[in-house]
Design a protein around this ligand. Sequence first.
Ligand code: LLP
Length: 434
Amino acid sequence: MSEFGYRRGEYCAEDVPLSAIAEQLGTPFYCYSLAALRRRYREFEAALAGLPATICFALKANSNLAVVNALANLGAGADVVSEGELRVALAAGVPPHKIVFSGVGKTEAEIEAALKAGILQLNVESEAELEEVDAVARRLKKRAPVAIRVNPDVAANTHAKIATGKSENKFGIDLGHAREAYARAARLPNIALQGLAVHIGSQVTELAPFSEAFSRLALLARDLKADGLPVKRLDLGGGLGIAYGGERVPAACDYAALIAEIVGGLGCDLVFEPGRYLVAEAGVLATKVVRVKDGITHRFVIVDAGMNDLLRPALYEAYHAVLPVREPASKAKLAPVEIVGPVCESTDTFARERRLPQLARGDLLAITTAGAYGAVMASQYNSRPLVPEAMVNGREFAVIRARPDLESLLARDRLPDWAAAKTAAKTKARRQEA
Ligand code: LLP
C-alpha cells in the first residue's frame, strides 16, 4: 500500500494534495508522509520480532528533526556519524542508550560528546581510533562502550559508490586482523568491549551478500568467545534495499529469517542500522516545470529542483519515478522527455528518455521515493537556498524545515575588513549617482 497516490485527480500525500503544500510553501520541497514512516518502521520491527533487536535508524538517510522524532516515538534508536547527528537524535527524543556512533573519522571532540551523552556504543573502525577512544575515556574517567567494526571483504553487488564491505574500502578492520584487534581492545583499561559491527553497503537488493558477511561475523564471534572474550552484541548494519522502480527486493521477513539462522544461536543482542528502508518510500520531492525546451535530439522539461536538491540521479545515476501531480487522462499520449534542473551542469538531470504525458510551464511533478538521501544531501550550489521540507499527517501538514530567504544566504558571508570599507564607499557613490 502507498500513502502517496492519485485521489480525485491529484497526486496526494495521504489526504493532502501536493498542490496545496506548493501553494503555501512554493516549490521545490520535500514532502514526507507520517503514515508511511510509521508503516515502514512497523514492518521492519515486525520482521525482527523474534530477535533481541534494537533498531537504530541511520540518521544519514534523513536527519530532519521531525522525521527522527516520529521514528523515536515508535521506539527507534539512532545510528549517528557526526556530533551534529548525535545532537539531532538527542533533541528528537532518542534515548542515549539506543544510540550507536559509526564512522571512520570520528574526531576527538565527537568521541568526547558521545561518551558524555552516554550512548550505547561507538563502532570503532581502526586500531588507531581504539587507542584514541581509550585515551578520551581515561581523561573523562569513563569506560567507553565499543564495538569493533570489521570489514568482511564481501561484495554487496550494489552501486560501487555505496559499497563498503570490500577490503579496498576505507571501512572497518580487516577480518584477518579483527581477532587480534579485539584481544588488544579487551586489554585497554578504559574500553568496555560490547561486540562486533558490520555494514557492507547500501541499497543491497540480494540476500546472498548479507548471508556471506553475517556468516563471517558469526565465525569470528565464535572464535572470540572461544578465546574467552566477551561478545555481548552484534551490530548488523543497514543496507537492505528498496524498490525504486518495481524491481524485486528482499522482504524484511526473509532478511530476518536469514539472520535468525546465522546468528540466532550466538546468544548476542542485535543492533540494526536501517536508513533507506525506513524513509525512502515515505518522501517525494515536489517540483514545478519552469519551461519546456525542444532541443535537436530531445525535449527538455526544465524544473525548478536541481541536482543540489536531490543529488542521487547525478551522483549514482539513480532511478526515481517522476509523476505529474495532475492525474493524466487514461488515454494521454506519452512521449520521451529529459527532466532536467536549472543547475549549470549536464549531470543535473533527474530522468532520461522518460515517457510522460505532455507537460507545460507551471505543472507540478513529484519525484518519488526521495525520503532517503534526498534533503540530507542537498546543497546550496549555484547559491540556491536549501530545499524546504513538509510532513503530512492525514489531512494536515506542517512545514518541518522552512525555505531560507536569500537575505539569510547572503548574511552568511563576510567581507574582510580590507574590502568592506571600499565596497561600502562604492555602493554609496553608486546610490548617489542613481
Ligand atoms: N550503517 C552504516 C555504517 C552506513 O554506512 C550506512 C549507510 C547505513 C547504516 C545505512 O544504510 P541504508 O540502510 O540506508 O542502506 N547516499 C547514498 C547512500 C549512502 C549510504 C552510506 N551508508 C544513496 O543515496 O544511495
